[in-house]
Design a protein around this ligand. Structure first.
Ligand code: APR
Length: 248
């Protein structure tokens, strides 16, 4: 942790790259740890093709969403989110690239324009027909009032959260910005990701190839550990807390 604090203290363009492991200490289960989301739901059911392809596919998506979104809705930033926001406040962080959709980096005080969301955001939704924007809370009020498959009140179109589903095109602007900033980083710190989902997981590779120091903070092994300059097998909240304390 001393080494990581020193790296942040000396970095000129530090980038943090987060996954679901940064939010588990806020009570949001990650995807691939035992008991995680993919132990309870089949990712093959929750694809873009299924959502767009049929009312039954959308009904299943919203059924799962009714069970999972309240956990995200009720979550608060933890020490890891707060530590990352504090690094930014102290001028020690340029960007946070995240795979998470829970908005907790922004809730912890990171300016939204400094958070690159590769997999979108679960707190907002839009109509795929006319583009009308909705908060996720509005949609869940419709679900709680008995709607099984929300439709746009204006045009009757398909309403979909702003999260990126498997099989859906990645947000081109976010991907281009993430790639640019990964290549510009002199310090690239992965926090709480298994680094198995592409193209997101290519970001640490871009950084390493461009000469960045690569650090991985993760409770379990990742395919990039051998290429990392430093690996901390520890909890994200504990590490970020310790790094900020040592920066003082
Ligand atoms: N501190 C550090 N690491 C943690 C903690 C913690 N408190 N809790 C969990 N982890 C680690 C786990 O060991 C795991 O390796 O975080 C990692 C989370 O990995 P995944 O569950 O695979 O989540 P993520 O890497 O974000 O998945 C990427 O996959 O399903 C898609 O779109 C989804 O964005 C997600 C993407």
């Amino acid at each position: 942790m001393e080494r990581l604090a020193g790296l942040f203290a000396r970095a000129c363009h530090a980038v943090v790259f987060t996954g679901a492991g940064v939010s588990t200490e806020s009570g949001i289960p990650d995807f691939r740890s035992p008991g995680g989301v993919w132990d309870r739901y089949d990712p093959g059911e929750l694809t873009w093709q299924n959502f767009i392809g049929s009312v039954a596919g959308r009904r299943r998506y919203w059924e799962v969403g009714r069970a999972t979104y309240p956990v995200i809705r009720g979550a608060r930033p933890n020490a890891a989110h707060r530590g990352i926001a504090e690094l930014y406040r102290r001028g020690r962080l340029a960007w946070c690239i995240t795979q998470n959709i829970d908005n907790l980096h922004q809730d912890a005080g990171l300016p939204p324009e400094r958070v690159i969301e590769l997999h979108g955001n679960a707190t907002r939704a839009r109509c795929l027909g006319c583009g009308a924007a909705f908060s996720r809370d509005e949609i869940h009020a419709w679900l709680d009032a008995g709607a099984e498959v929300p439709q746009c009140p204006a045009c009757g179109g398909i309403v979909k959260p702003l999260t990126v589903l498997f099989g859906e095109a990645m947000p081109a602007e976010a991907m281009a910005l993430a790639e640019r900033e990964s290549c510009a980083a002199d310090l690239f710190v992965v926090v709480g990701s298994s680094l198995v989902v592409y193209p997101a997981a290519s970001m640490p590779l871009h950084a390493k190839r461009a000469g960045a120091t690569l650090v991985i903070v993760n409770l379990t092994e990742t395919p990039f550990d051998a290429r990392a300059d430093l690996v901390l097998r520890a909890r994200a909240g504990e590490v970020l807390d310790a790094v900020v304390t040592r920066l003082e």
